[in-house]
Write a protein of this length. Sequence first.
Length: 237
Amino acid sequence: AIQSFTDQFTHEGIAACELPPAADCLEVGAGYGSIAVWLAQRFPEGTVQAVDIDVEPLEPLAASTPALQVVESDISALDFDAGTFDLIHARFVLSHLGNRDELLQKFASWLRPGGYLVVTDAYQLAHCKSPHPVVAKVFGAYGDYVASRGMDLQWVRSVPSLFARSGLGDVTHSGRTTFLGGGEADRWAPLIQPVAEALIDAGGVTEADMSEFFLALDDPTVMDIPQVIITVVGRKS
């Protein structure tokens, strides 16, 4: 679901970077691999190291993509020499990690002069401002749940300053809204469904609330904007 909604936005952000034809790239938290494969196809003379703690979805892709190297690891456990990469990309990863600020500093040190760091994460808008009470209730429970697991859905707002403090220049940022409800236009049902039971178990919502919520997403008159996806780009001088 995340790939289908955000890949084009990611492509545009990376394509705007002035990268060499043989760029060496690090894809942090590669997930199901769509961006890692796209980078390997875009820079076939370079390398793409795709890091994830679960590499099962990536291994078949690497077998058919020569420039793609799969690395099974927690990114926090890795270290690379200074000046290893022309591009480091992390999407919807760092907001989950408690050492996110320190990781940004490490990433900046791994870049070559002229290299780019591209970070995308979600900025959650105030759930209490939703025009739909059931959406407000479910997103309030969702926010409490992810915060209890160490996730920070407002962290990305600090990233431009963190880039500058890490020695990166030419810092830019762009955003895209996420769409909830409206029937077929909805993007949130597949994201909330996997944690629905956990939200109920945590006591923030009931089964009736969740049923009402998913019915609301199918209603073409129920529409909301719960998040802004923000991409920040910085360049190593």
